[in-house]
Design a protein around this ligand. Structure first.
Ligand SMILES: [Cu+2]
Length: 258
């Protein structure tokens, strides 16, 4: 009686979990990617799960087969298969093949995602500090626009989030710097994060495929107000981006410029 009730509530819980993942079910928990690189990571993730389910299916099948058809029938010892060469070779070779295939696709997609080009359309120096972000847009060595987040006072309320603006469909190079401790630049919608280190510049590139505003945060515990180290990534049409840069240049010129 009790076990039936337990089974029932387990079933209900399973249904609830399915409903909670809803339409993102086919993405197996990942958000909808908004960049060419993010799509690649999503496909790697889905492929890995398909491989895992295929292996799992075979293993579960063998377990059920053994449970159903090889129950203990007498006290006689069943035939022993120790040192059976074909079986030993099989279960050494099969895992090796599985790992080799996973390794191949992982290495291929990592190389694609980490690839940097000679002439990205946009270069942004991102600086992480306790506890906010600064975005400096570069043309060569010149800074053409700066967005600075107001640092959070220890245990104070979170101020507005600084916004990083990038054009859709164009290569954006992000160069990561830190002034104090290690932070981590994370935009879940890019399905990507990278450490922000003092004394070392980490870089990556992405090409956004969808306009919109996406949340970003620090993903490395960096102090008391780490959780308030938030920002937004705004992907806009190239014209809007050009206007943002032109306006900023004008403001810089009017203010004496840098
Ligand atoms: Cu941080």
């Amino acid at each position: 009686m009790r076990s039936r009730r337990a089974l029932k509530s387990a079933g209900a819980l399973g249904l609830l979990a399915l409903a909670a993942t809803g339409c993102s079910g086919s993405r197996l928990g990942l958000p909808e990617p908004i960049s060419v690189q993010g799509e690649r990571i999503l496909h790697l993730w889905q492929g890995s799960w398909i491989a895992a389910f295929a292996v799992g299916g075979v293993v579960w099948g063998l377990i059920i087969w053994a449970v159903l058809f090889h129950r203990k029938r007498s006290d006689d010892l069943p035939p022993q298969v120790r040192y059976n060469m074909p079986i030993e070779i099989l279960y050494t070779a099969v895992p090796f093949v599985i790992i080799a295939v996973l390794f191949y696709f992982t290495a291929r997609d990592e190389n694609f995602v980490e690839k940097t080009t000679d002439n990205p359309a946009v270069v942004v120096d991102v600086t992480g500090y306790q506890w906010s972000w600064q975005f400096d847009y570069k043309e060569g060595d010149k800074t053409v626009a700066t967005v600075t987040g107001v640092p959070v006072a220890p245990n104070g309320p979170a101020p507005g989030k600084p916004v990083m603006v990038v054009p859709v469909g164009e290569k954006v190079r992000v160069r990561l710097h830190a002034n104090d401790v290690i932070h981590s630049f994370w935009v879940p919608a890019l399905i990507y994060k990278k450490d922000v280190m003092p004394g070392y510049t980490n870089e990556f590139e992405f090409t956004a495929t969808k306009t919109g505003t996406y949340e970003g945060r620090c993903a490395e515990l960096c102090g008391v107000d780490h959780s308030k180290m938030l920002f937004q990534l705004r992907v806009v049409k190239p014209e809007t981006y050009q206007k943002f840069i032109a306006d900023s240049k004008q403001a810089l010129a009017a203010g004496g410029g840098k």
